[in-house]
Ligand binder design. Structure first.
Ligand code: 13P
Length: 283
């Protein structure tokens, strides 16, 4: 069942667990994630970056793949089709027009007033289509940015301001996590996370879930995180297995066999995260 993310994240906030966002890269990954989430009775958010949408062929193709798999596989858990890091109002609108049930507008490179202005433009359109909206404050960087000091941490004031002046559904404050593999150790600002949780009262999102150890994940959930994004972890697990398979099976050329040699690895990682985040049996 395709739904927007508002209700499932409000529920996660109420019961103190996090709903996983797994980024999808192709039809096969989508199927593995849906099947494993269904077997654990966990709501799931399928994250699609603009790059991934382009790789699939476009937003409509992604929507058709996801909605058809939900039907064909009899998936009954709540599934959110979410645009990850939408870079403009136009991209968000396009994703919504094609059937996405949730979007992130990432205007974090601008000052807070411009961020709010752009976020409101997305919200105005999204709300008319019953689509949920995520915004980002501060700036979540990439690999090495945590050691180079390039992660611009969100301030409590900016988070309060964007929540007061928009009707956003959930908020990603940059508090030390980065996308991709960490150089050095992630150093999450838990005291500020808690303050943002208490002052804004909206579900919070943790980007860059790969490489954050279990203890810190549990802490983050206690400090208001209700959605955790995982991408690189699945890529690493899948590619490790496929590489091994190809080295061992030099004569196999059937793409179904090659791609699905990583199925178990993805399903194991999805299962591990769902159990860690506490979203198992939550439907
Ligand atoms: P990772 O690739 O570090 O898991 O981060 C994913 C993410 O935050 C997508 O928005």
């Amino acid at each position: 069942m395709l739904v927007n993310a508002k209700q499932i994240l409000e529920e996660a906030k109420r019961l103190s667990y996090a709903v996983p966002q797994f980024n999808i890269n192709n039809l096969e990954w989508t199927r593995y994630i849906l099947e494993e989430s269904q077997s654990l009775k966990s709501p799931v958010i399928l994250g699609v970056s603009e790059g991934a949408a382009k790789y699939f062929g476009g937003f409509r193709t992604v929507y058709n793949v996801v909605s058809s798999l939900i039907d064909d596989l009899n998936i009954t858990i709540p599934v959110v089709l979410h645009l990850d890091h939408g870079s403009s109002v136009e991209f968000c609108q396009k994703a919504i027009e094609e059937g996405f049930t949730s979007v992130m507008i990432d205007a974090s490179q601008y000052d807070i007033d411009k961020n709010i202005l752009i976020t409101n433009q997305v919200i105005e359109y999204a709300k008319s289509k019953n689509v949920s909206v995520e915004a980002e404050v501060g700036h979540i960087g990439g690999t090495e940015d945590n050691v180079k000091g390039n992660v611009l941490h969100a301030t409590v004031e900016d988070c309060e301001k964007i929540v007061e002046e928009t009707n956003l559904d959930f908020l990603a404050p940059a508090l030390g996590s980065v996308h991709g593999l960490y150089k050095g150790k992630p150093n999450l600002n838990f005291s500020r996370m808690l303050e943002i949780k208490e002052k804004t009262k909206v579900p919070l999102v943790l980007h860059g879930g790969t490489g954050i150890d279990d203890k810190n994940i549990i802490q983050a959930i206690k400090h208001g995180i209700c959605k955790i994004n995982i991408n690189t972890d699945l890529q690493i697990e899948w590619s490790k297995k496929v590489r091994k398979f190809l080295i061992k099976n030099k004569k196999i050329y059937d793409p179904r066999k090659i791609i699905s040699s990583g199925e178990e690895a993805i399903k194991n990682k999805v299962r591990e995260k769902i159990i860690l985040f506490g979203s198992v049996n939550k439907i």
